[in-house]
Write a protein that binds this ligand. Structure first.
Ligand code: ZN
Ligand code: FE
Length: 255
């Protein structure tokens, strides 16, 4: 059994730690800061076997140098970018085997051009989506086009609906506030928002989420809902999913 825990870091990042039962070394995903990872490893008396990197942004990579120096882990990251410290460069269709578990790599450009996601098949499967898919939202388009992000999210949606989604940021409540503006009439989203408010009041993460839940509450995965499509048409989108997605993403940027 693989257990996954968040180490909160920086403002609102989660560094996910994966541990296979009884093993004394772990995987961390997107260490934007070394200090909380080192503190956690020392407290739990564990070693660092592997680092997975989803994209080049500092809040996902700034801890790399110090962790490499201290633990000499294997480091998997985007093939199409030269990020210092990555010794296993992977892209669409690649697989890696870490701590006895298989991870599939998907190219998911949009937030950045180098963005990849790691998926460990299983019951349920585990998806490390970085800054591509959040609960209630998706990443801002810093480098890629709306088309790229739309296709990246479509690719993610081909995974089984019970897939657990481990996103890299605690953005859920802010995303749901926008979701409520974009699609006012969604009872499932309102109920989820209440749940997430309670979790945050107790200082608990709202993650992981699941793909089936995101399809109910995340407007970026609900572009084909008639009500949302109509709202986006009123805001100038043409009558197709891609255009509507671009309009929704641009609206969120200024929300
Ligand atoms: Zn980012
Ligand atoms: Fe980020």
């Amino acid at each position: 059994m693989l257990t996954v825990k968040p180490i909160p870091a920086l403002q609102d990042n989660y560094i996910w730690v994966l541990r296979q039962d009884n093993q004394d070394s772990v995987i961390v995903v997107d260490p934007g800061d070394a200090a909380p990872v080192i503190a956690w490893l020392e407290q739990e008396n564990l070693a660092l076997d592997t680092i997975l990197i989803t994209h080049h942004h500092q809040d996902h990579t700034a801890g790399l140098a110090e962790l490499i120096e201290r633990y000499s882990p294997k480091v998997y990251g985007p093939a199409n970018n030269a990020i210092a410290g990555i010794d296993h460069r992977v892209g669409e269709g690649d697989e890696c085997r870490v701590l006895g578990r298989r991870f599939e790599v998907f190219a998911v450009p949009g937030h950045t051009l180098d963005h990849i996601a790691f998926y460990a098949p299983g019951t349920p499967g585990l998806l490390f989506s970085g800054d591509t898919l959040f609960s209630g939202g998706c990443g801002r388009l810093f480098e890629g086009s709306p088309e790229q992000m739309y296709e990246s999210l479509a690719k993610i949606q081909t995974l089984p609906e019970d897939t657990l989604v481990f996103a890299a940021h605690e953005y859920t409540l802010a995303n749901l506030a926008f979701a409520a503006a974009a699609e006012p009439d969604n009872a499932a989203r309102d109920a989820y928002r209440d749940e997430c408010r309670t979790a945050r009041d107790l200082d608990r993460p709202t993650l992981p989420t699941t793909l089936v839940r995101e399809r109910q509450i995340n407007p970026f995965l609900r572009i084909d809902e008639p009500g949302l499509l109509e709202t986006l048409r009123q805001r100038g989108a043409a009558d197709n999913g891609m255009e509507a997605f671009a309009t929704l993403r641009a609206w969120k940027d200024h929300f």
